[in-house]
Every structure is written in C-alpha cells, then in structure tokens.
Design a protein around this ligand. Structure first.
Ligand code: NDP
Length: 313
C-alpha cells in the first residue's frame, strides 16, 4: 500500500547514526521519519555491556544509552515507522523522488539516509554454524548469564572481544580470550582492565580451528600459530567477536560500495547517488564508534538539507 504524501527525508536504521539524524532532521524542520525493522531502537549499542567513551555519559550500559537516544528523539517529536525496508527505487521523473518498499507499506521521499549499521562476522570454522545458539554466541550481554560459573572462550582482539571478556569475567569461572596475534587491537584502557582480571587468560597467537560438540559446545580445537601445535580446550561457551560486516546488501545496486560492502562517502555522507546519504558503520571510514556514528547522522542531515534547498525540492 502506498502511503500518502512525500517525505523530505527517510532515515533507514535507528542505531546511533539514525538517531543522531532523527534529532537533526526534526530541528531542521524536515518532514522526516526513521524506519527500522526492530521496534527497539539502538542497533549494535543494545548488545554493548558498558559504554565508557560516549562524551558526557560515562559508564552507561548500551541499553540505557539507547534508551536515552530514543527518549531524546521522542521528546523532540521524531517520527518512527516499524518496518523492514526491502528495496529503494529512484523515480523516472525530472524531480528526484525515491520509492522505499517495506514489508508493510510503500513510502515516497526526496532524500534517504542509509544508516543500517553492521552485523557480526562469522569465524568460518567447522562447528560454528552447527552449534550456533547451542554454546556459540555473538552477544555476550545477551547470552552470558547462561554460563554462570562455567569456562568460556571469547575469540577476537578488538574492542568488542575485550569488552565481552571483561563482562563475562564477572559471571563465568574462567574466560579464555583467544587472539590470532600477539597484540590486541582494542583500546588501551580496555586492555588494562582485561589484563588485571584474575580469571581471564589470553591465549596469544592462537587460532580456533574447530568448535567441538555433539549437541552443545564441549570444547575448541586450537592451533598455536608459533609452534603449529594443536590442542583441545574444554569450554561450554564460545563468544565470537571477530569484527563486523556492513548491512548494505539491499543498497548495493543503488550506491557505490567498496570491496567489503561499505558505502563510499566522505564526512559529508554524500554517496554516488543524488539525494542518498550514508551515515554510521555502513560508511567507509577509519573509526567506527558510537560518537562518530552520531556525528555522521548530523552531517548527513546537513547534506540532505543543503541538497533539498539547492534542488528547490
Ligand atoms: P574489530 O574489527 O575492531 O576487531 C576484530 C578482531 O577480530 C580483531 O582483533 C581481528 O584480529 C579479529 N579477527 C578478525 N577475523 C578473524 C578471524 N577470522 N579469526 C580470528 N580473529 C579474527 O571489530 P570489533 O567487532 O571488535 O569492533 C567493530 C567496530 O566497533 C570497531 O571499529 C570498534 O572500535 C567499534 N566499537 C566501538 C565501541 C564504542 O564506540 N564504544 C564499542 C565497541 C566496538 P586482528 O587484530 O589480528 O586483525
């Protein structure tokens, strides 16, 4: 069903980038709405245990920070639509109008901000898919409580892996952090906290070759990269935090993306397609943080507003 009226701006995604865009769009006086398939706003922030680097709000849980974002947007009167965007088409006429098809309705808009964020990467080893949900998890804050007093492993060396290991150390008897190199990628302050925890052991230069278990995870086959030696580590849970992939599949025909699928756009968030802007983790950039995603949201609205004004739309 086609909804009546043409929006100035539709924002797809309600993570930090989408929420940042929402409040700037309201303040710019645009007829705008945020579309997200999840009724709960927040994106990846929702699965973050503690956020300690968002300016002015230290130590909040990811869930609380996401609630604050939503409360702020609601207070300013931002509009939200719960729907799953399936595709976006550019109209054939002279004036730029995009048609956004969702699982519920069809919307028309003059500009779009893509802010769909990213999802976790897979490790790609035998046993991972088979035991997913049966001891293999990608969200420590969601599933950590199942492993009270157990031994678990976290795979990865970035911010997420180290945050997950710190969180799990408060619940589990033993946490192994398995990293393929001899240096972590995570922020220094997180590394310091991690290495001070008595029940955390970092297995350096170590790669997971297989996740073992019949119905539930029983252990991991590990290869020591230096010696080439293999051994089995008994754990009941494996938390995989080996990076992210951008959720840009449905936009790849619309805007230019790089070889990894990130949308090519600079700080102005202007993409290869007129009237389409990209904000947050889906954009090709050096630093993917909550604060940089929020900033992208503001920049994207600034660019969309300038575009609408220049095109007299
Ligand atoms: P990252 O890309 O930062 O780290 C991924 C880690 O996984 C790296 O240590 C990498 O190893 C390792 N890895 C990748 N592939 C494999 C593999 N096949 N086998 C074994 N290890 C592998 O991803 P994160 O998910 O940690 O973080 C994603 C983004 O979100 C980052 O930009 C991060 O900074 C950001 N973030 C921001 C937060 C905030 O703003 N508060 C909080 C949490 C995350 P190697 O180091 O060898 O490449």
């Amino acid at each position: 069903m086609m909804e009546n009226g043409i929006y100035d701006l539709l924002i797809i995604g309600s993570g930090p980038a989408g929420m940042g865009a929402a409040i700037y769009a309201v303040r710019a006086g645009l007829k705008a709405a945020v579309i997200d398939r999840s009724p709960v706003s927040g994106g990846q922030v929702l699965s973050t245990y503690e956020v300690d680097n968002y300016l002015g709000l230290p130590g909040l849980s990811g869930g609380d920070l996401a609630d604050r974002f939503r409360e702020h947007a609601d207070r300013l009167g931002a509009a939200f639509i719960a729907a799953d965007v399936k595709r976006i088409e550019r109209g054939a006429g002279q004036q730029i109008v995009y048609t956004v098809h969702t699982d519920k309705s069809v919307f028309q808009t003059r500009t779009v901000i893509l802010a769909t964020g990213a999802s976790h990467s897979m490790l790609g080893v035998p046993g991972e898919k088979e035991l997913s949900g049966m001891g293999v998890s990608y969200c420590a804050t969601c599933d950590g409580a199942f492993y009270r007093n157990s031994a678990v492993a976290v795979v990865g060396g970035g911010d997420v892996a180290v945050e997950d290991a710190i969180f799990l150390a408060g619940i589990c008897k033993k946490v192994y952090l398995i990293h393929r190199r001899d240096q972590l990628r995570a922020a220094g302050s997180l590394q310091k906290r991690l290495l001070s925890l008595e029940n955390v052991e970092v297995l350096w230069n170590s790669e997971v070759k297989e996740i073992i278990g019949k119905e539930m995870v029983e252990g991991i086959d590990i290869c020591d990269n230096k010696s080439g030696g293999r051994y089995r580590l008994d754990v009941e849970g494996v938390f995989i935090a080996v990076g992210i992939v951008p959720d840009t599949d449905i936009f790849r025909n619309l805007v230019k993306v790089d070889e990894k699928g990130y949308v090519i756009a600079d700080e102005t968030c202007v993409t290869s397609e007129k009237g389409i802007f990209a904000a947050g983790d889906i954009r090709k950039k050096a630093m993917r943080q909550i604060i940089t995603a929020v900033a992208d949201g503001a920049n994207a609205v600034h660019s969309a507003h300038a575009f609408l004004t220049a095109e007299k739309l």
